[in-house]
Unconditional design. Structure first.
Length: 361
């Protein structure tokens, strides 16, 4: 996602009661992947047995791919849950069929409009799904023929879930989301777009020099944010640990990111932590590593080539930096990639500023 110099004018912020309810249903559909939301999972065990059964039966709508039509009127801060549902029900059948079909098939291999318009693609997808789950294949046939009954059944479940549980939960988290949006707006005003983007964890990588935002997805797009096609960042409590992106026409471009207490402001570090980090930075090669990793994640082999040092020397520097919390590592195939911890750097920066402001005896 590419941003022009005047990116502040092409970015919006919002939140959505319908989308938030759907994300919380996604949590219930796969609680094992959402450890920080287990309190909500436990609370929802008290829902009526009939509703829980209906939610399980229709969980395919939210279990993996979440249809973009749930984002209807998400840019309207005044839109209520009922108003958003009404817009979903009024959408063209083809758009509904495209999005619902994506909940059934492997989205890395089959695109929704191909399933609707290309019989050969549809037959291949049906044959593949049939081998795994004949019931899902029959559901895909129903969606292609007429998406309205499938949609209406899913929306009825969302309505019952909202009334039984989520309306009160929305009242609880709405102020937190307002705060997250205000905080993001202040960062843009005082620091610019890219310092704000750096806080939208997890899964987002930025390259300020090239004005790029990267999200690792099998669905590859190279997008330029323009005045004609702006991007909206939607704050969500229940989207964690995901960052969800909508970038296909006819839907507005959107990035839904974790907000609220799951992405707190950096806390002040102790003096011992400050000293540990400063020692880890107090060498020219390690400062060069910070500069190299600020652009993108890199392996020891890449860093050795860039800095003109041996891999063993780079490894020793990285070990000290990792112990200080300045870098993290993850394996991708044969390679171990190192990433700079912007959160840690922000924490130390904040702590040093607090020290400078402390009153003297």
């Amino acid at each position: 996602m590419r941003f022009a110099a005047a990116a502040e004018e092409q970015i919006g912020f919002t939140m959505s009661p319908l989308l938030e309810a759907v994300h919380s249903w996604h949590v219930l559909a796969g609680p094992g992947h959402h450890a920080l939301h287990l309190p909500w999972v436990r609370r929802c065990r008290e829902l009526p047995a009939a509703l829980r059964r209906q939610m399980r039966e229709h969980s395919f709508v939210v279990a993996d791919y979440i249809p973009a039509f749930f984002e209807c009127r998400a840019d309207d801060h005044e839109a209520t849950f009922d108003e958003q549902l009404a817009v979903v029900r009024s959408l063209p059948p083809e758009d509904l069929a495209v999005e619902l079909s994506q909940t059934i098939v492997d989205t890395t291999r089959y695109r929704g409009r191909d399933l609707i318009h290309n019989a050969a693609v549809r037959d291949a997808a049906l044959a593949e799904v049939e081998l795994v789950d004949p019931r899902r294949a029959e559901r895909l046939r129903s969606i292609v023929a007429d998406p309205a009954p499938v949609l209406e059944a899913a929306l009825a479940v969302v309505e019952d879930y909202w009334s039984a549980a989520f309306v009160s939960e929305w009242e609880r988290i709405e102020p937190q989301l307002h705060y997250a949006l205000a905080r993001a707006g202040r960062r843009i005003v005082h620091e610019g777009v890219f310092p704000m983007l750096r806080t939208l964890t997890p899964q987002i990588r930025i390259d300020p020099g090239r004005r790029l935002l990267h999200l690792d997805r099998p669905h590859e797009h190279d997008i330029t944010v323009t005045h004609e096609r702006p991007v909206t960042f939607t704050a969500s409590h229940y989207v964690w640990p995901h960052v969800r992106v909508t970038c296909d026409e006819p839907w507005p471009m959107r990035v839904t990111f974790p907000a609220g207490p799951l992405t707190p402001e950096p806390q002040s570090a102790s003096q011992e932590e400050i000293l540990t980090v400063l020692r880890a930075l107090a060498a020219a090669p390690r400062l060069q590593i910070v500069a190299a990793l600020s652009e993108q994640s890199r392996s020891t082999q890449e860093l050795a080539t860039l800095l003109g040092l041996s891999e063993s020397v780079i490894s020793r520097h990285l070990k000290q930096m990792t112990q200080a919390g300045l870098t993290t590592a993850r394996r991708e195939g044969y390679y171990v990639l190192y990433t700079i911890s912007h959160t840690r750097l922000s924490q130390i920066t904040t702590s040093l500023a607090d020290l400078a402001k402390a009153p003297r005896a």
